[in-house]
Design a protein around this ligand. Structure first.
Ligand SMILES: Nc1ncnc2c1ncn2[C@@H]1O[C@H](COP(=O)(O)OP(=O)(O)OP(=O)(O)O)[C@@H](O)[C@H]1O
Length: 705
């Protein structure tokens, strides 16, 4: 015989109150007044005792009193669930003046019209009672059953409905009069939520653990005390007993997960997903999250009660999906359902398994919880190649003290782009022990510069000087010296040089003989054909040319891309860009030259650092008015002060052109900036330039700083 819940003392004028009363008092067929348990009493507008469709699978009474009762009032517990209200669905234009609204039949009329818009058949609807209707969402499925219960308040102002078909679960509510300014809600916007079952130990048939299962846990180092504290139970399943991990919130059974002898897991269906042991982290500021219930129990054996386990294990890999909202984050609903527990935590230790899914789970959790408050554990080594994979393994094989240590030594969860020095200890060790190479820089080959400037991979040297001062010549000579001493090879982007002339200059420096028998070579013997042939081989092995064969000028990105190829393909350790003004410097509209130069130098420095390649960048000074013949200043470089600000080393090449002021072959190498004190300091060195071979040699005369 079908039963209907009856409501006592309903006040028609106050729908909220009505709803509240509806939640609290339900009279069953046996006229027993059932009081809903406290946590089910949250006065939410959608919480109504709804008559259940008994054919609907998986919906069981929230009340442990009468498992077989056919009256099964349920709490929808909507405070934890998304809920679509249709109270804003406007009606077609009906009379909505206050006088009319005091009239319940007018109100009911408006309400019915709104319900019709949604798709309800309203002919038989009456206030103050339930109606069984065909659900406009699922149409009652194949059997076309009238699976939807709809209730209209006595004043005709408010309708609440829910479809009891397990596959549908649509529900919603609507009011006759509200601020109806929005457009019509569409039916498919009705949130489909499966109602959660209310379960008890009795209804699930859970029993205390038998001695065999206690012994099984004993083998896994889980004590009876821990099992009891966590209410681990058992259930008979066919002819076997299976372990039942009871999921509780505030001590109340919310869900249950089973494990059989074959390590198969399954969870009571249509129950809420929450963390296992969530009550243990209620007030905790430090939380441990593990991947399985036995790991949670293991943590207790090591003295950590502030631990929860995820209910569903680990995903195979990190999802590539963009996280949209908690509602759509179905796989991690347990996390959102326990949000208020997690919000208080300042430190969350992710002690998931050490395998790929475990790491993926840690990443998924960290994404949602905020990496900045996450830590992760390093499971100890099992042997040369393997690590222990989880808390229970460590507990079983190494004991509770080691497990405790593992947790205490958890390391901060990495955040992309945020490091501490420990992440770089290998590199720092290498720097200290001189195993990186060239830590103190490579000598330029000139004694006078040894204390001032040495060449370190990964740095940027800006070289300037008035036109014809010998900047290019000096850099070529420097490259030859470095190649001779340490064998480095170089990428050259020397736009001003013809290739053959550049080859001549380099060969002259390398062979120390003139390329031609011509006036500039005076009486010195020209390099022989054999020397020339060997020189060509040396050229090919030492230098890689970056040249733009088209008429257009290359831009810096193009140059750096090719330099990167030269590093990767030929292992070059240095790049010369000579000069700055021969590059294409088109800037986006609105960008100043200063901004552009800053950006360009950042790119160059990044290239240098990433590829451990030293970059020499030649830049001319702006036109100097009233030039006194002295070396220009690094701040005189045309374009921007960033050249001196951003470089690691700043060098001005200067030569005397006044015979009365001193020898004209004398070259002044002014080291104006050295960022790295290990490799030099500011000061001047004086070299002598041999015009025939282009070779620079030390003059034993240096000026002070
Ligand atoms: N100390 C010096 N004495 C005499 N001639 C020199 C000296 N240094 C360089 N030269 C000559 O000056 C000319 C220009 O040299 P280089 O191309 O190296 O100068 P630069 O500063 O790079 O010039 P630009 O600013 O035009 O690029 C070359 O012919 C070179 O032989």
């Amino acid at each position: 015989m079908p039963f209907s819940p009856l409501f006592l003392k309903l006040r028609v004028s106050d729908p909220q109150m009505l709803l509240l009363q509806q939640q609290r008092l339900v009279i069953s067929s046996s006229r027993t007044i059932l009081m809903a348990s406290k946590h089910l009493l949250k006065p939410t507008p959608s919480t109504l005792p709804l008559k259940l469709n008994l054919s609907s699978p998986g919906i069981i009474s929230a009340f442990p009193l009468k498992p077989n009762s056919r009256i099964l009032p349920i709490s929808l517990k909507t405070f934890a669930l998304p809920y679509t209200s249709h109270s804003n669905v406007p009606g077609p234009v009906y009379s909505e003046n206050p006088e009319d609204t005091s009239n319940s039949s007018a109100r009911l009329n408006v309400l019915k019209k709104k319900l019709e818009v949604i798709g309800f058949d309203t002919q038989m609807l009456k206030t103050g009672q339930y109606s069984h209707l065909t659900c406009p969402t699922c149409k009652g499925g194949d059997s076309m059953e009238k699976s939807l219960s709809l209730f209209i308040t006595l004043d005709g102002d408010h309708a609440v409905w829910m479809c009891h078909r397990g596959k549908c679960g649509s529900r919603g509510n609507i009011r006759a009069f509200v601020n109806d300014s929005s457009s019509y809600g569409r039916l498919n916007q009705i949130t489909k939520i499966k109602p959660k079952r209310e379960i008890t130990e009795e209804s699930l048939g859970l029993k205390p653990l038998c001695s065999e299962l206690v012994a099984y846990f004993g083998e896994r180092m889980i004590s009876e005390k821990t099992l009891a504290r966590n209410s681990v139970m058992q259930k008979s399943y066919g002819d076997q007993f299976i372990i039942a991990f009871t999921y509780r919130r505030n001590g109340v059974l919310v869900s249950c997960k089973y494990r059989d002898v074959n390590k198969n897991f399954w969870q009571e269906k249509d129950t809420e997903k929450i963390f296992y042991g969530v009550d243990d982290i209620k007030e905790a500021s430090d939380i441990i999250i593990v991947e399985g219930e036995i790991d949670k129990l293991s943590m207790e054996e090591a003295g950590f009660y502030n631990c929860v386990s995820v209910p569903d294990g680990a995903p195979p890999s990190v999802s590539t999906k963009v996280f949209e909202s908690a509602e759509k984050d179905i796989k991690y609903q347990y996390l959102w359902n326990c949000k208020e527990y997690l919000e208080k935590a300042s430190r969350i230790i992710l002690a998931t398994d050490g395998d790929a899914p475990g790491l993926a789970l840690a990443e998924e959790l960290a994404r949602r919880l905020g990496r900045e408050r996450c830590w992760r554990v390093k499971w100890p080594k099992k042997n040369e190649v393997e690590h222990f994979k989880d808390a229970n393994e460590v507990l079983m094989y190494l004991g509770p003290d080691v497990l405790k240590e593992v947790i205490e030594n958890a390391e901060i969860y990495p955040i992309q782009g945020l490091f501490n020095f420990s992440h770089y200890f290998n590199e720092i060790d290498g720097y200290y022990h001189h195993t990186l190479g060239f830590e103190l820089g490579v000598s330029t080959g000139w004694r006078g510069l040894n204390g001032l400037y040495n060449v370190v991979p990964g740095e940027l040297t800006v070289v300037t000087g008035v036109p014809n001062s010998g900047k290019s010549e000096w850099i070529d000579a420097l490259l030859c010296n470095i190649n001779r001493s340490v064998g480095w090879s170089f990428a050259l982007c020397s736009m001003e040089n013809k290739v053959r002339e550049h080859a001549r200059k380099l060969l002259e420096k390398h062979i120390k003989k003139p390329f031609f028998k011509a006036g500039y070579g005076e009486s010195i013997e020209r390099m022989t054909v054999e020397e020339f042939e060997l020189g060509k081989k040396w050229l090919s092995e030492t230098f890689y040319l970056i040249r733009c064969e088209k008429d257009s000028l290359p831009n810096i990105k193009w140059v750096l891309d090719l330099a990167k190829s030269a590093v990767l393909r030929h292992g070059v350790r240095g790049l010369v860009i000579d000069p700055y003004n021969e590059l294409d410097h088109q800037r986006p509209p609105g960008q100043t030259e200063t901004e552009y130069v800053s950006q360009m130098l950042t790119m160059i420095k990044r290239f240098a650092q990433h590829h451990s390649c030293h970059v020499w960048f030649v830049a001319h000074p702006r036109q100097l008015h009233q030039w006194n013949g002295g070396p220009p200043n690094m701040y005189d470089i045309s374009g921007s002060a960033h050249f001196i600000n951003k470089c690691d080393n700043g060098i001005v090449i200067h030569r005397n052109r006044n015979p009365e002021a001193g020898p004209v072959d004398q070259v002044q190498v002014c080291v104006r900036k050295v960022r790295n004190k290990v490799v030099g300091t500011i000061g001047d060195a004086f070299l002598s330039y041999d015009r025939i071979s282009g070779v620079y040699t030390d003059i034993d005369e240096t000026s002070g700083e």
